[in-house]
Each structure stands twice: as C-alpha cells, then as structure tokens.
Design a protein around this ligand. Structure first.
Ligand code: 7TS
Length: 417
C-alpha cells in the first residue's frame, strides 16, 4: 500500500452516517470512538436493512421444497454465494462454502482434509503470529495423527523471515497455515510467495483472511491458495456467517466434516452418499438472514471500493503511528506502517493494559486489551498483554486524536510522570 493523504473521494461523513451506532451517544453520554474493528466491525444501515428485509418479506428455510418463499430465499442465498465467488475471484461458486465463521472453517479443513491427508511424522507449518483459530485446530490434528507443528521464523519487527523459509517448509511439510494480516502486529504476509514455497514441496496452503478481507482485495486464483477463510462480522456483515473457499479438486476428494440434513444425496440404514458441492459441507440449516447480510456487506465495500478503504485506513495508520510515538513510554509492536494494515498494538511502560483499557473505555474509546488470542506471539513479544487499536472504513483522524488524548488523561490518572 502506498502512503499518502486520505483520498478525498472517500466521503467519510457519508460513510459515518451509514452506521447508526456511531451516531448515538453511549449510555454515559460520551461519543463512541470505535477502534476495535479487528474484533468485530460495526454494521451499516444497508446490512441491517437487508437482514430485516429478509425476515420481514421473504424469510423461510432454504433448499427445502418449492414454496414461493422457499424458492425466493434459496435463490437469494445462492446469489450471495455467487457474490462471494466474484469477491474472491474463485473459479466456481461450488468452491464457496458457508460456515459460521473463520474458526469453524479452519476446523473443517483440519477435520476433513487434515484427517484424510496428514500422516504420522508429517509437518504442519504455521507462523508465530497466528490467531489461536489457526493454530489450535492444527495442534488437535497433530496430536491425533502424530504429526508435528513447525513455526516459520519471524524478524524482530514482526515480519516473516522469508530468507529462512526453507528451514521450516521442507519435504516433510504437508500443510502451511498462515494469516494474511496479523490481528496484533498488522503485518501483511506475502501469501503468493508462501503458496509457491508450499506447492514446491507438494504441501497445501490454508490462508486465514479473517483480518485482511475488509482491507485488501483478495484474489484466490492470483494468490494460488488452496483454502482461504474469513468471517462476515469483520467485513461489516452479521455474526454467525463465514466462508471457506476450497480448491474444487480438494473439496471433491474430501469427506464431509459434519453429517446431517442437506449434505446428503441418499441415506440408507447404515450408510449415505454425500451431496455434490457445495451442499456436502453444509450440514443443517445455514445462517440464512446472516448470509443475506453478508451479500449486502460485500456490496457495501465494493461500492466504496476496497482500494479506497485501504488507502483511507493506511493514511490513518501512518497518522496514528506519528501521534502515538510522541507519547512517553509507548511501545508499538510490529512493522512500520508501510508494511502493515490498520492495526496498532502497543504497551505503555508502567501501565497495565487492563487499566488503560478501562480508563479509555470510560471516555468512550473502544479498544481491546489482552493477548488477542495470540499467546505464542505475546510470549515472543515478552509482554502478557497489549492494547490494540484497529481501524475500519468509518474511522477518522479525530478518532486517533481522541485515543491520544485518552491515553494522556489515563497517564495522569495513573500518576505516570
Ligand atoms: N483469525 C484471525 C486472524 C482473527 O483475527 C480472528 C478473530 C479469527 C481468526 C477468528 O475469527 P472468528 O470470527 O471465527 O472468531 N480475531 C479477533 C480479534 O482479534 N479480536 O477479537 C476477535
């Protein structure tokens, strides 16, 4: 991403007007300064209307029978699948599976592809910056199978050390599981290079796009990835809906991860034949209205333009780095703004992250503190907890200024000199 001024073409007032929650005071009367989109993004009116519109005008269950509503809602759900296909540039909508989120999607790959393909002695390569959702499912699989987890080396400023990639990715590697954008460091990882390295040793690559999807255009064919997951709720869509992209040849060969309605073609007393893709991996009633909301969210970001959103957030990240660096005792973790997305994790010497979070929250400033589900990373950083500010399309320089003022006020309150 290029550094530079916020593009005038992003009409920030119009964007902010789309998000009802940003335009009402908090219960304590303060203005909400929402700097926690990395945990979950707020929802624009367009998404809320789409969800409500589904429930109010055409809601029914999907893929069951031929009622007027059933057909309409099934068509609408399949239209969202096609929208996701286009958003990721997948070659077929059969490669787009609806799940409840990134976590479930990663577990599906581990349970289904992993159990069928990983053998005792094989290695699963991850990075030290993975969210637990892209680490624990592989640990469960490794334990069950007798496989081994290996970590890619990382530089001191929180980037993968590509010069040492072949220390970890070897002929024993079966799978490389990597995040596209770290939820703590903001690091943007070189997915294409990692995909090439994985494929060169006959391994597959699974990409956790939970953090990158709202910020970076994602083309699964250009990146040449085998699996990619994301959660709707970080992309301004409702909770409970997520996506697993899988290369068709893998999905065709994999057994279903879960059994139940919709995922079968025929069921007999003691066996079944699975349904064709994508139903094979969608047991049970899917999150229907949530998926409709995801479709509206994709339209929303596409209308603004992901490139424009990325440029806006990048300018904010540069500005926030400049402002925060001037605060005494403040340490920012991760690479320079030129190499990262809109996530800034930091500590303040002499102040517990929890206390800072509490004091900021009292002033209406929503950030997150803790290990952010990345305990191995925090062990490497040598701190038990960080404070994280993460940006969305609706954030402004005024939000950054409020964070800085909030931190200065917290310093005073904590009597830090
Ligand atoms: N992967 C990454 C990189 C994430 O940041 C998260 C959630 C997940 C996977 C899991 O997503 P879920 O929707 O299935 O829960 N990250 C965060 C976070 O950083 N703060 O709260 C949730």
């Amino acid at each position: 991403m290029e550094s530079g001024a916020i593009q005038p073409t992003l009409d920030i007032d119009a964007v902010r007007a789309d998000f009802p929650i940003l335009n009402r005071p908090l219960p304590n009367g303060k203005r909400l300064v929402y700097l926690d989109s990395g945990a979950s993004a707020q929802k624009p009116r367009q998404v809320l209307d789409a969800v409500l519109g589904c429930y109010e005008t055409y809601y029914s269950n999907v893929h069951r029978g031929k009622s007027t509503l059933g057909l309409k809602v099934s068509e609408s759900l399949e239209a969202v699948r096609e929208k996701v296909r286009a958003f990721l540039n997948a070659s077929s909508s059969d490669e787009i599976l609806f799940t409840s989120g990134s976590t479930l999607a990663l577990n599906v790959v581990a349970l289904s592809w992993g159990r069928a393909n990983v053998k005792a002695g094989d290695e699963i390569v991850v990075t030290p910056m993975e969210h637990h959702a892209n680490l624990v499912p592989w640990q469960l699989l490794a334990k069950e199978i007798g496989a081994r987890i290996r970590m890619l080396p990382m530089t001191d400023d929180g980037r993968l050390d590509l010069s040492r990639m072949d220390e970890a990715i070897t002929s024993r590697t079966k799978l490389v599981a990597v995040t596209q954008l770290s939820n703590v460091l903001g690091t943007i990882n070189p997915i294409k290079e990692l995909a090439d390295a994985a494929h060169a040793v006959g391994a597959v690559i699974v990409v956790d796009a939970a953090q990158s999807i709202p910020h970076l255009p994602t083309d699964v064919q250009e990146l040449d990835v085998d699996f990619l997951v994301f959660s709707g709720h970080k992309l301004y869509a409702p909770t409970g809906i997520g996506v697993l992209y899988g290369r068709r040849e893998f999905l065709e060969a994999m057994p279903p991860a879960f059994g139940g309605g919709n995922m079968i073609e025929r069921v007999h007393d003691d066996h079944f034949t699975p349904a064709p893709l994508p139903a094979k991996f969608e047991a049970g009633t899917p999150p229907i209205a949530e998926a409709i909301g995801l479709g509206a969210a994709i339209d929303y970001v596409a209308d603004i333009g992901l490139g424009r959103i990325a440029a806006h957030e990048h300018a904010l990240t540069v500005y926030a780095h400049e402002q925060l660096k001037s605060l005494p005792g403040l340490v920012i973790y991760g690479p320079s703004p030129a190499r990262k997305g809109g996530i800034i994790s930091f500590t303040v010497q002499g102040a517990a992250a929890e206390d800072l979070n509490f004091l900021l929250d009292r002033n209406g400033i929503a950030v997150r503190h803790g290990h952010h589900c990345t305990m191995p990373l925090h062990e490497r950083l040598g701190v038990p907890a960080t404070i994280r500010a993460s940006f969305g399309v609706y954030n402004t320089k005024a939000d950054v200024d409020a964070l800085v003022e909030g931190l200065l006020a917290a310093r005073k309150r904590l009597r830090l000199t």
